[in-house]
Design a binder for this molecule. Structure first.
Ligand SMILES: [Zn+2]
Length: 317
């Protein structure tokens, strides 16, 4: 299958598979790719042409961030992240990680692989670069060396980080750092609101969700913009990570609300479901079984939400 599939337009590795991206009425609007490094993604015709035209020097500052972004989207369950629109704008909006964030990402990665303390984890600086938003293996080797210097990681034999692979294990200092990171997130007062962005929901926000959350002693947070198509905005995911809990209002049955709630569940954050009482029967089968705050009007939503938030979040403070 890899024969003749060509190279990944993003990272230039050989592709595992390529197909077409079809819009309405099966009209082709771009390509679908599967790359062993980046993962699976959809690329518009325009973006694809742009990638082909550019010389390596012009791609150097962003191709690895796009590769890591695709991989991150895949790992969060979005198997078909769409790369379209104006290429310049898309690239400008890609997250870029500070060295501090990369060090924490690598530490998290080792922790996930190890599962339990004391287990040795094999890092392949070339293949694992995509997990820590690094451009190449030298950058991963630098991060590994730095974590060893900071005594958050310890090298296991054969004691070298500039080889094809490197065996490491988390130290107690590494675990303590991860615990401090987790605690600083859990202590904040932000509650993320996932809801339908429609004028009919304005009062539910201003008279229901917002005052209800504030009265419970927390700070409501809502991304004040319409999501662009079905794309999961990186900022939304960052804010959910930063939040103490998510309120998911199922009114209008928006797929984005389901995704945001699922993402929060996966991170182990409390999710409180709400829904306008008339729409109870329309709730998707998967989530209908979950307990919802069923509200009749915005004031009723605020009144019901306040004690529920206090109860759910008090257990963790
Ligand atoms: Zn790739």
């Amino acid at each position: 299958m890899s024969e003749g599939a060509g190279r990944c337009p993003v990272c230039k590795d050989p592709l595992a598979w390529r197909g077409s991206w079809e819009g309405k009425d099966h009209f082709p609007i771009g390509y679908a790719f599967r790359c062993n490094r980046c993962g699976t993604y959809l690329l518009s015709e325009e973006f694809h042409d742009r990638c082909r035209e550019l010389r390596d020097a012009e791609r150097a500052s962003w191709w690895f961030r796009l590769s890591s972004w695709i991989r991150q989207q895949n790992s969060m369950g979005n198997r078909r992240p769409e790369i379209d629109g104006d290429p310049g704008e898309f690239i400008a909006a890609l997250p870029s990680k500070t060295v501090g964030e990369q060090l924490d990402l690598l530490l998290h990665f080792v922790d996930q692989q190890a599962v339990r303390p004391g287990r040795v984890v094999r890092i392949n600086p070339l293949a694992d670069a995509v997990h820590v938003w690094a451009e190449n293996q030298a950058e991963v080797a630098f991060l590994l060396d730095s974590l060893v210097e900071m005594r958050r990681l310890r090298l296991a034999p054969p004691y070298a980080s500039h080889m094809e692979y490197c065996d490491v294990l988390l130290t107690a200092a590494g675990y303590l750092h991860l615990e401090t990171l987790a605690a600083s997130t859990a202590n904040n007062r932000q509650v993320f609101v996932a809801m339908w962005f429609d004028q009919s929901m304005d009062a539910a926000w201003s008279k229901g969700l917002e005052p209800g959350i504030r009265r419970a002693g927390f700070d409501p947070f809502r991304i004040d913009q319409k999501p662009h198509g079905e794309r999961i905005d990186a900022k939304i995911l960052v804010e959910i990570r930063r939040s103490r809990a998510v309120i998911a209002d199922a009114t209008g049955q928006r797929p984005s609300v389901m995704f945001e709630a699922g993402f929060a569940e996966g991170l182990g954050k409390p999710v409180i479901w709400t829904c306008q009482a008339d729409e109870e029967a329309k709730m998707p089968f998967d989530t209908r079984q979950l307990q919802h705050v069923l509200w009749k009007c915005p004031d009723d939503l605020a009144d019901q939400l306040e004690p529920v938030i206090k109860h759910r979040l008090a257990q963790r403070s």
